[in-house]
Write a protein that binds this ligand. Structure first.
Ligand SMILES: [Mn+2]
Length: 303
């Protein structure tokens, strides 16, 4: 089915198509850009992040993995019928359930955060609902509804809670929410760590807490809204939010919490036209490669 809904793109991620055996990772662009409430434009992120990836070194000093040796295939972009959000989400769900059902770990390049809802429905369809959700974001995205709609970037984590249940939701780097979201996060016992927790407690302490929280999880889905970073490091996002963490803090945490249980990753909300320097796309591409290295080293360690 995926052949019907994926189109080839001008660049492949990292500029290489892996020739090494059966792919373990599938890169898919998801240029969804339908509900952005502030700055639209993240439909262009898959193109720019792939372009920025061409210049990266592919040996990771964190995981000591040479990404060139990892079996990765870049399939292209999901075809988005802009303006028809429900059909779009159902296409995303079908594409990702097929890929994940075939044993691939998916790397989704968003697109707005709403993409994650379609992807997670695909994950649940393929693997069942015994999946924990680990989300790095500046916003809690936990509104019950926003501007009269229940399906948009501001409600995505609320829908995730409804899909998976409270014990499986972990939000990290949060620093922007409405009073109602705060009240609901507390009353529903959703685990969250703010950017101030990370700054004050340090990445090790927060990572230990995340590891503990993921202890009972057999599978983990990882969603990274790039606005979790401070706008100084990632200015080209749809909704920049001050007081964020650094790329090093993010990668340090990921290095302590990512292992082979991670079945998929997305990096969302980059809107590349709000910068001229390409730094947001570059850091997004770097994060993707580092996470691939972390998962890969964990996969190979036990075999
Ligand atoms: Mn978000």
């Amino acid at each position: 089915m995926k052949e019907l809904y994926i189109v080839k793109t001008p660049y492949v991620f990292n500029g290489i198509d892996s020739k090494v055996g059966k792919p373990l990772f599938a890169v898919v662009g998801v240029p969804l850009d339908s509900t952005s409430s502030f700055r639209p434009g993240c439909r262009f992120a898959p193109l720019h992040i792939r372009l920025a990836s061409q210049s990266l070194e592919l040996f990771s000093l964190r995981s000591l993995v040479n990404i060139e040796d990892v079996p990765i295939v870049d399939l292209g972009d999901v075809v988005i019928p802009h303006g028809d959000l429900l059909r779009t989400l159902s296409i995303i769900e079908n594409v990702f359930s097929e890929l994940i059902g075939n044993g691939l770990r998916t790397i989704a390049i968003g697109g707005e955060h709403t993409s994650t809802l379609g992807i997670m429905k695909g994950v649940v369809k393929a693997l069942g609902s015994d999946v924990c959700y680990l989300c790095f974001d500046s916003h809690s995205d936990f509104r019950y509804e926003y501007l009269g709609s229940k399906i948009n970037h501001a409600c995505v984590n609320r829908r995730m809670y409804e899909l998976l249940g409270s014990g499986k939701i972990n939000l990290v780097g949060i620093r922007a929410m409405s009073y109602e979201e705060y009240r609901d996060l507390k009353s529903l016992s959703i685990k969250y760590f703010t950017s101030t927790h990370i700054k004050n407690l340090g990445f090790r302490e927060v990572s230990r807490n995340i590891v503990k929280s993921l202890e009972g999880c057999s599978k983990v889905y990882l969603s990274i809204d790039l606005d979790v970073l401070d706008p100084a490091y990632a200015p080209a996002v749809t909704t920049p939010e001050p007081e964020g963490i650094t790329p090093t803090e993010l990668l340090n945490i990921l290095q302590m919490v990512v292992d082979k249980r991670v079945v998929g990753l997305d990096v969302v909300e980059v809107a590349p036209h709000y910068e001229h320097s390409m730094i947001s796309s570059a850091v997004a591409a770097k994060i993707i490669n580092e996470v691939i290295g972390m998962i890969y080293v964990s996969t190979t360690a036990s075999t």
